[in-house]
Ligand binder design. Sequence first.
Ligand code: NAD
Length: 506
Amino acid sequence: SHGVQDAGTKSTETKGVETVSDQEQAVLSQVPTGLFIAGEWREARSGARLDVEDPATGKVLTTVADASPEDGMDALAAAVDVQQSWAATPPRERGEVLRRAYEAIMDRIDDLSLVMTLEMGKAIAESRAEINYAAEFFRWFSEEAVRIAGRYSVAPAGGSRLLTMKQPVGPSLFITPWNFPMAMGTRKIGPAVAAGCTMVVKPAAETPLSMLALASILAEAGLPAGVLNVVPTSSAGQVSEPLIRDPRLRKLSFTGSTQVGRKLIEQSAEQVLKVSMELGGNAPFLVFDDADLDAAIEGAFKAKMRNVGEACTAANRFHVHESVAGEFASRLAARLSELRVGRGTEEGVEVGPLINAKQRDGVEDLVGDAVSRGARVLTGGSRTGEAGYFFEPTVLGDVPAEARILAEEVFGPVAPVTTFSSDDEAVSMANNTEYGLVSYVYTKDLERAIRVCERLETGMIGLNAGIVSNVAAPFGGVKASGFGREGGFEGIEEFLETKYVSMALS
Ligand code: NAD
């Protein structure tokens, strides 16, 4: 009914470099593929390269320099070298670099979205949406750079004067995931640049191209050499650990899985490093009996299908009041079954492949587990396509409480639906997870909305809204979803130390 469009028919070889179209090749060839250290593009010291695959075909698109631990230390040294001079740069100048980079990203959005779709898989329209969101962080923080300010007060007993200064925390390490290859970077780079920090970015090995393209845009926008260094690597742990244990590093900001986050928090204890963690989620989507069902279906569609479900904010489980659950599930299934699955570059495709075989197999495993325990497949349910890592948009009804899919992050286009019969039950189901990133609540009753929002243990809530992400708002979680906030007024605070000066007056 919604067959994969030609995924895998591009080439019949089982390995080797993919034949991409001339236009795709022309755009790809513009992207630098070296390490970016101290303002220079260079090979890894070992000369190693790592393959970047097209997840729609499983074939190699290109290769990039593969950093070793020595390259990582070079990048840290470059960031440390310019920290003082960068911190002394006038705030307006730092803001203007971000503003120029914002304009440049928007000027090149067509090429950047093609690169992103090629390496990450999602449909072009979704890549455009991400790049737009990514660029907005530069615009927002370009405006924040000039609003960093401390305080002055008279001590309560009189006499001394109390001054607080806001200063950049210093050289920072950013480790970013493959699911939003640019936005998860700009959300950290934007406030760090605005605050006057220098940085090393280690993008996900699956999607280094978007970050390398971004580095060249920032350099052209006038970011001084050494302020931003980018080190793609196939050995993330070996490259990042020596930096985290190095006393010159002052801040770690990580977006990725809770499992890796825990390890990094342990490592960062050694230097008592300042840390921000944006980790996994297991978002509940609550639909009460008074909800506007049309709005709830549309919100569910967005919360589930944005980024092919590969978002930490993705609705992971749908808890629906028993009086409307049947209708909700069948209407959501109808909506998802209309989607066109295929290579994200193709006209009309709405749902691209998952990032790799491991991710696709994990989704398949969770669906299999739910079905074996009695869940009903209302649409989808299987992998699809001859090549690449495609999975059908799927709705599961009557999912039993013990199904693993309700407890684990599925990170794919699968919507499991279960029922509740009271507000208390809905809230306790929603909170019954180690995660606490986001919840979605659909109700028209204002008092119920407030009471439920107060009781939900998540850092963010979509109230009759299927998407919460906004550059002007504080993004982040509680519990095992991490700590720290990105975006909003809060975002720049993560990159500022508060220093207090007590001044005695005679
Ligand atoms: P991951 O945590 O393995 O990868 C995220 C980043 O951490 C990547 O840059 C990766 O190279 C790096 N990394 C991996 N191991 C590391 C280590 N030992 N030391 C330092 N860095 C390391 O996540 P993933 O494998 O890409 O995805 C797996 C799961 O992570 C997903 O199913 C999902 O639950 C979660 N995830 C969450 C987000 C989010 O935005 N919160 C994003 C991507 C993935």
